[in-house]
Every structure is written in structure tokens, then in C-alpha cells.
Design a protein around this ligand. Structure first.
Ligand code: PMP
Length: 396
């Protein structure tokens, strides 16, 4: 059996149509396949490889830590330098109310932890979430993911979750004194790259303050300069009570975290102690990779790079089949006129060596999330090719 056969026969599948590229190696903005082809990764492994693939500083940190130690103890017991150093660096970049980091291994785990922390801290169990929001596929995160088609097969889920329309002012009255937390993405990713309106987000914050509910920002996709600032909340001038992170955080290693205040995190320490633990959360190799990633991101103007990606996209993507280019920085979506055109463009681009993709809740939106390290000439060339491909199908 070759690798392809083993994959199709023995690796659990998530759909009947996987993209099926057989990866040989990856470097910078490129993925190379075993048949010798070069692909430009224009979705960064779904908003993960912001520094490109195998960034030398990340690889160096991984190797160095692998020589030092791997797993030594479950999370929270031993003092491990990669964890402490990274928590210190990350919190130095955050408002003083976000001074403590709980490390996990993925986005959904970050959200699970945040929901439990909000329940424990407030003593309440009502949650408010948003239609078309996406927070992950474990039971808690799925319970606050705003799409029936993904929830229905797994019901009953968490009770007392109320879904509101994103950017709707009227809906905010649902946030009341029974609400433990509001969970949301400042820019909905899988929902189709939909930014929150600034004034509305401030109202959400205000309503949470009035009701004594916590505000959880899921910045799993928007974090680490994807939208032009280190975190999207900076552009909104709204600070969440709990910040959830993953994806680009580990520079290609599995890594996630939820960040909050020391006061809020106290509720995890008592009644009973050890009420939220994890074996692998804060793995030393992942923490070393995350530290190298953030250090690199802070050493250059990656926010400006994300902004440049947006302006080039908006300049080049002008074909008739495009109804809208939306998003912020390097978290962009291109809405095409119909599903068939979207499928044709994504498939044709793949044949040309450009990896594009859909978002989970929309089949007319093409996701554009290039790595922030991408060379501007290459970027321009790819946008021109995408635009030309759309034109080609619109003329037929
Ligand atoms: N929240 C958001 C906003 C996401 O985009 C994702 C992943 N697409 C998740 C949570 C879940 O992350 P993971 O797949 O690492 O569990």
C-alpha cells in the first residue's frame, strides 16, 4: 500500500472529498508535494502559518527544546522555563487585566476552558453567542457555535445558550443578570469573514459590564497580526475578560491558551482544587515554538505587512464575478456570485498551484489568508492569477 492508499483506508476522514495533496515538505509560503509540484499556501493552513512554513527561528527553538526535555509532568505542577518565559512575554503585550495564561493544545480546548472558567467565576450558566459564530467541535464549543446543521446531530448540547444576530443592537437585551458570559469572535471567520461593527462591540462590552457577565473573545483566527494588530480587540478599543488563542500562536506547533486576570483564574484553584487540568497543555516544545513565533512577530512590522496584503487584494480583485472583498488585514474573504463559480475558481487555482479554500459556514466565500512573510511580488502575482481565473469563468 502506498501512502495515499493508507490515508484513504485507515485515516479517519472528515468528508468524502478531502483536498488530498500528498505533502513532501514545506517552506516559507510553499508546500511541495511528493509528485514534485509547488503550491503557494494562500490560506496558511487555515490561519496558522503566519510566519510561513518552518520558519527558521521556530524550527531552531523546537530543536533546542527537544534536546532539553519533552513532557515531564501534567500542566500546572512543575516549573518549566518555556512555559513561564512565554506566559511572561505574552502578558507583556496585553492589557494589565489579562495577566494570566492557561495553556492548552488547541482552539476548541481554549474555548472549553473559557466557558468553564466563566461558569465557575460567576456561578451562572447562561451563555450568549452569535449566529454563524464558530468556536470548535468539542461539546462545549459546539454548543456556542451558531449553525444548526453542525449542532443538530449532536443534540442535546449545553442548555441555556442564546444565539443573537451578529451586529444587532436590539438583540443585546438578552445579556442579563443570569448570563455567565458572551462568547464571540471580533471578526467571524468560518461565518464568512464578517467584522463586528466598532460601535456595536463597545455596546456588547457595556451590556456585559451592566449585567456582570464576562466577555470572551475568541481570537483563535484573528490573533497574532492576522488582522494588522497583534490582536483584533486592539482595533476595537474593547478589552475582553477572557481572550482565547490558538492557530498561529504555535508557529506550526499545536498550541492554545485562554488568558484572563489573576482574580478570575482564582476560581480554578479552589472548590475543589484541580477542577480544570490537562496533561499536555503548555507542552514545552509548543511553548518554545510559540515564544520564538511571538518574538519574531514583535521584531518586525508584521501589522503593516497584513495591511499591505489587504490593499493589494482590494486593488487586484476586481473581476465581475466578485460581489465583495471583505475582511481586515490578511484575514480576507472574496464573495463570488454563486456556488458553482466558487467551486470552479478554487479547483482551477489548485491546478495552478494556489491553495485556496472555503469557510465552514459559506460556500460562496473564498478564504484568502496568505502568510504574512509572503513576498509582495509573489502576492501580487497570485492575486492577478486568481482574478484572471474568475474572469475566465465569467466569460464562458
Ligand atoms: N475558534 C475559531 C474562531 C476558529 O476559527 C477555530 C478553528 N477554525 C476554532 C475556534 C477551533 O480551533 P481548533 O480547530 O484548534 O480546535
Amino acid at each position: 500500500m502506498n501512502n495515499r492508499e493508507k490515508f484513504y483506508d485507515h485515516v479517519a476522514q472528515t468528508s468524502d472529498a478531502p483536498m488530498g495533496l500528498e505533502v513532501d515538505y514545506a517552506e516559507g509560503p510553499y508546500i511541495y508535494t511528493t509528485d514534485g509540484r509547488q503550491y503557494v499556501d494562500f490560506i496558511s493552513g487555515i490561519a496558522v502559518s503566519s510566519l510561513g512554513h518552518r520558519h527558521p527561528k521556530v524550527v531552531e527553538a523546537v530543536k533546542k527544546q527537544a534536546d532539553q526535555h519533552l513532557h515531564v509532568m501534567v500542566y500546572g505542577e512543575f516549573i518549566q522555563e518555556p512555559q513561564s518565559a512565554y506566559a511572561d512575554l505574552l502578558t507583556s503585550q496585553l492589557p494589565s487585566s489579562l495577566d494570566r495564561v492557561y495553556f492548552v493544545n488547541s482552539g476548541t480546548e481554549a474555548n472549553e476552558g473559557a466557558l468553564k472558567l466563566a461558569k465557575k467565576h460567576t456561578g451562572r450558566h447562561k451563555f450568549v453567542a452569535f449566529n454563524h459564530g464558530y468556536h470548535g467541535d468539542t461539546h462545549g464549543s459546539l454548543s456556542v457555535t451558531g449553525r444548526d446543521v453542525y449542532q443538530d446531530p449532536y443534540k442535546p448540547l449545553l442548555p441555556n445558550v442564546h444565539f443573537l444576530d451578529f451586529n444587532s443592537f436590539e438583540a443585546l437585551d438578552t445579556i442579563d443578570e443570569q448570563t455567565a458570559a458572551v462568547i464571540m469572535e471580533p471578526i467571524q471567520g468560518e461565518g464568512g469573514i464578517i467584522p463586528a461593527q466598532k460601535k456595536w462591540l463597545k455596546n456588547v462590552r457595556q451590556r456585559c459590564n451592566e449585567a456582570g457577565a464576562l466577555l470572551i473573545f475568541d481570537e483563535i483566527q484573528t490573533g497574532f497580526y492576522r488582522t494588522g494588530s497583534l490582536f483584533a480587540f486592539e482595533q476595537y478599543d474593547v478589552v475582553p475578560d477572557i481572550l482565547c488563542l490558538a492557530k498561529a500562536m504555535g508557529g506550526g506547533m499545536p498550541m492554545g491558551a485562554f488568558v484572563s486576570s489573576s482574580k478570575i483564574f482564582e476560581s480554578f484553584m479552589y472548590n475543589p482544587p484541580l477542577n480544570h487540568v490537562t496533561t499536555f497543555g503548555g507542552h514545552p516544545v509548543s511553548c518554545a515554538a510559540a515564544h520564538a513565533t511571538l518574538s519574531e512577530l514583535l521584531s518586525d512590522d508584521y501589522g503593516y505587512k497584513a495591511d499591505q496584503i489587504e490593499s493589494i487584494a482590494r486593488k487586484e480583485l476586481t473581476a465581475d464575478g466578485i460581489s465583495e472583498v471583505r475582511g481586515v488585514g490578511a484575514m480576507l474573504g472574496m464573495e463570488l456570485k454563486n456556488t458553482e463559480l466558487t467551486r470552479q475558481v478554487v479547483e482551477d487555482c489548485m491546478d495552478q498551484g494556489i491553495i485556496l479554500g472555503w469557510t465552514l459556514h459559506s460556500d460562496t466565500l473564498v478564504r484568502l489568508a496568505p502568510p504574512l512573510i509572503i513576498d509582495l511580488e509573489l502576492l501580487q502575482d497570485i492575486f492577478k492569477k486568481i482574478n484572471g481565473t474568475i474572469k475566465k469563468y465569467c466569460q464562458q
